[in-house]
Write a protein that binds this ligand. Structure first.
Ligand SMILES: N[C@@H](CCC(=O)N[C@@H](CS)C(=O)NCC(=O)O)C(=O)O
Length: 383
């Protein structure tokens, strides 16, 4: 079991960071935030240091003992922090299973590390609890539409790996509200989930456009936000575009009641995160994600991967853990040598996961295409 020998958290540290995400919250789950560019309540944006309320925000973690990689192997399962009600990304089904893009990336990690995509426990996390759950060891890895930012890398005791979805923030409005652009939204009230990058970004964006922001209402979760939106408490609903798309698809009044405005105004690279100071585990998770991307580049998927086991291409054979010249490549990542085969055969390549969960929402690959197809998904060589 991985031990955190020294967890030095100056001035309240991580616990307060997360707690502050939900601070100022009223009985109805909202927290009105200042319309100023720097939001209150521990939120952060990629463009400005997070206002965490912690002035000397240093989290120093040293590790004594095994990596999470070892504890996961000993436990025989990966504890994956995710969500249970994010359409397209992670939805708890009636039969108790999870379905979604992020859920499948938890399976990718389980398949890579343990050879069994179902060797996982999904832990449902509210937005504001994500980093405390990671720090406290409640989860091994966070795969929950979480944006990689400098502030989170530096202050939340988290290490982010290869993003599984490059997203950006958008604005959703009622179709009959008469807004065609954010520029039409002067002096409006915007609703957002608390503890997200989105809260801070929207204030910055309004200021950049020279628009007054009447108020930003922050909510503990999407259900409360949606209720407020339906009750006309907000003119706009801001979040990552992928999430707006998913939430629009399940909107009680029907998707046609909502419109996502054309502007995308932030970078939201959504990436799995592990605890700081655990290189072995970070590398294992990173290469598990890379396997989905490399497999797509090779044209292999869950239905045809077996045919690649007899490929003439030594790079493909090495990737799949097949002997080349009497040797099976083991790059020393602590993963089984056939980890990529397990990922692809049990879960699929990147495209399969995207097509199953995100394409049905109407999301395009866009920048999430492979590097050799106009996108930025690129796996380093496996050799
Ligand atoms: N990517 C952004 C937003 C992530 C986020 O937590 N979004 C909210 C708003 S859609 C969410 O997931 N809510 C899920 C829920 O409340 O059920 C971040 O990392 O801060």
């Amino acid at each position: 079991m991985r031990k955190l020998r020294t967890v030095m958290v100056l001035l309240f540290g991580v616990l307060l960071i997360a707690a502050s995400c939900a601070s100022d919250t009223t009985d109805d789950g909202t927290s009105g935030t200042s319309a100023a560019p720097t939001t209150e309540g521990g939120t952060d944006s990629p463009d400005a240091p997070p206002d965490t309320g912690v002035t000397t925000d240093t989290v120093e973690l040293t590790q004594d003992g095994d990596s999470t990689l070892d504890s996961v192997k000993n436990a025989g399962e990966v504890k994956c922090g995710t969500r249970d009600a994010l359409p397209g990304f992670a939805v708890l089904q009636d039969d108790g299973s999870h379905q979604g893009f992020d859920s499948d990336f938890c399976r990718v990690i389980a398949a890579a590390v343990l050879g069994d995509a179902e060797a996982h426990e999904f832990i449902d996390l509210e937005t504001a609890d994500r980093f405390t759950a990671l720090q406290g060891g409640e989860i091994d890895v966070l795969v929950r539409n979480t944006t990689w930012t400098a502030g989170r890398d530096g202050l939340e005791g988290a290490t982010f790996v290869q993003p599984n979805f490059y997203d950006g923030q958008g604005m959703m409005v009622a179709a009959d509200a008469g807004f065609a652009s954010i520029d039409d939204m002067d002096d409006t009230v915007i609703c957002s989930a608390g503890g997200t990058t989105n809260e801070g970004n929207v204030a910055v964006e309004f200021q950049r456009r020279g628009l007054a922001l009447n108020d930003v209402l922050s909510f503990e979760n999407t259900d409360l936000l949606q209720e407020a939106f339906q009750n006309d408490r907000c003119d706009g609903w801001t979040s990552d575009v992928s999430q707006l798309t998913g939430l629009r698809s399940t909107y009680p009044d029907g998707p046609e009641a909502l419109v996502i405005l054309p502007e995308v105004f932030s970078k939201e690279p959504l990436a799995p995160a592990v605890r700081d100071g655990d290189t072995a585990w970070a590398q294992a998770v990173n290469w598990a994600v890379f396997a989905t991307i490399q497999a797509e580049e090779y044209g292999m998927d869950s239905s045809n991967v077996d045919s690649f086991l007899t490929s003439e291409d030594p790079n493909i054979l090495k990737f799949l853990g097949v002997e080349v010249d009497g040797t099976v490549l083991d790059p020393g990542l602590g993963l089984p040598t056939d980890f990529a085969y397990q990922v692809v055969s049990q879960v699929g390549n990147y495209s399969e996961i995207f097509e199953e969960h995100l394409a049905p929402l109407g999301l395009q690959r866009g920048v999430n295409e492979l590097w050799n197809n106009g996108g930025i998904l690129y796996a380093p060589p496996y050799k």
